[in-house]
Design a protein around this ligand. Structure first.
Ligand SMILES: *Cc1c(COP(=O)(O)O)cnc(C)c1O
Length: 426
């Protein structure tokens, strides 16, 4: 069979019913799975045979959706988690331990920033943040002998900085570390970071992948391309025997799936951020229409960005689809079909005008959410980035008056009409 296109994979990858089986992906809402002999189950615990036994480790509904997401990104395997936070935590912790170091782009999502700057620090893992637009030499200078990961986002939330993925991959590989890219905002519909050299991709599936704001979830996808064994000492967790599984060596036993297998059988076993089969089922419904929705999100966002740019009360608009945007060229290169439906903008009246504007919106919801079918609006300085001081805000590319607008798939004229009314009060 020929390799199907992305739109088709969104519907068919991961689950192929046989004769008489349901066309819709079944929800295996069960904690456990039955075996006939003691030995059969014993083999599973030693990772000697493959099979379902407990949903914290594997579940058929979850696995089908993971396989679909892996197919969409062009990876070899994926692991679903109960949130995007858990996905980024596991993706990094799978190859880092106390005494290690991470280099990350400074404009990443506030939750991930805190994870790296505060929580990982408590675990003994340090992070150096670099300006996302920094040149190769500057990013390189942040590396130390104990650096294990370079981390960034395809489209930074909420600064909307577009990542030069090839540049980041080149620096990471020159230092013998993998590049992990959070691809939440672009989705594999608009960008597939593996095609540009990224090694591991993460997602908050809570956003466009779900699209209906129904479930909180995450995913980690491995390209299978990073040569762990070339850096066997550095990535000893993957290349040396794991005593908690009677000496399994992940790279030897699982080859290109070593990284995802370790994350599943070790981190998921011990830390347990598993999504429910019901949530994976809901996510799967979202994935079926992802390409259609992304197309409309991008179309609407383009129109809204152009409208706002021309408005007298608007000081600036960040949206990489605007030809005068700082990131237009990078967006054209990495995301020629469009970036995403999220834009940010600043009113002439700054912080106070932002609050008046938001409180005057009727259709758009003020919500701590983005990237859903309904239009939503947020004030990062008072919401997602509230824990940051002014210097950290500036580093994250967030100004006190910035409004983050997540354009939905309503009719674009209705979205603009809502904005127009609210702008009168801004
Ligand atoms: C929302 C988000 C996260 C966190 O995901 P949750 O599902 O809310 O835990 C991580 N990265 C990015 C880019 C996000 O937008």
């Amino acid at each position: 069979m020929h390799e199907s296109r992305l739109e088709t994979k969104c519907l068919h990858a991961g689950y192929t019913p046989s004769k008489g089986e349901p066309c819709a992906l079944p929800i295996y809402q069960s904690t456990t799975f039955k075996y006939d002999t003691t030995d059969e189950m014993g083999q599973l615990f030693d990772l000697k045979s493959d099979g379902y036994f407990y949903t914290r480790l594997q579940n058929p509904t979850n696995d089908a959706v993971a396989e679909k997401i892996a197919a969409l990104e062009g990876g070899v395997a994926a692991l679903l988690t109960s949130s995007g936070q858990a996905a980024n935590f596991y993706a990094i912790f799978n190859i880092c331990e106390a005494g290690d170091h991470v280099v990350a782009a400074s404009t990443i999502y506030g939750g991930t920033f805190n994870l790296l700057a505060v929580t990982f620090k408590k675990l003994g893992i340090d992070c150096t943040f670099v300006d996302t637009d920094a040149d190769e030499e500057t990013i390189s200078a942040a590396f130390r002998p104990n650096t294990k990961v370079l981390f960034a986002e395809t489209i930074a939330n909420p600064a909307l900085v577009i990542l030069d993925i090839e540049k980041y991959a080149k620096v990471a590989h020159a230092h013998g570390v993998p590049l992990i890219v959070d691809n939440t905002f672009a989705t594999p519909v608009n960008c597939r970071p593996f095609e540009w050299g990224a090694d591991i991709v993460t997602h908050s599936t809570t956003k466009y992948m779900d699209g209906h704001a129904l479930q909180v979830g995450g995913a980690i996808v491995d390209s299978g391309n990073f040569p762990w064994e070339d850096y066997a000492e550095k990535y000893h967790g993957l290349t040396q025997p794991d005593e908690s599984y009677h000496g399994v060596v992940y790279t030897k036993q699982f080859g290109k799936k070593a990284y995802i297998t370790k994350a599943t059988v070790q981190l998921m076993r011990d830390l347990g951020s598993i999504p429910s089969p019901m949530n994976c089922f809901l996510l799967n419904i979202g994935l079926e229409t992802l390409p259609l929705r992304m197309e409309r999100h991008c179309y609407n966002a383009q129109k809204v960005a152009e409208y706002l740019l021309a408005h007298e009360k608007v000081a600036s608009v960040n949206f990489a689809g605007l030809p005068n945007d700082k990131y237009y060229a990078l967006a054209q290169k990495y995301m020629p079909k469009g970036t995403c439906g999220v834009i940010s903008f600043e009113l002439n009246g700054g912080r106070d005008a932002a609050v008046r504007f938001m409180d005057s919106l009727e259709m758009a919801n003020i919500a701590t959410h983005v990237a859903a079918s309904k239009t939503m609006v947020l004030h990062p300085a008072s919401h997602t980035h509230r824990q940051m001081n002014d210097a950290q805000l500036a580093e994250a590319g967030v100004s006190p008056g910035m409004i983050r607008l997540s354009i939905g798939i309503e009719h674009v004229d209705d979205i603009i009409a809502d904005l127009e009314k609210a702008l009168v009060n801004a």
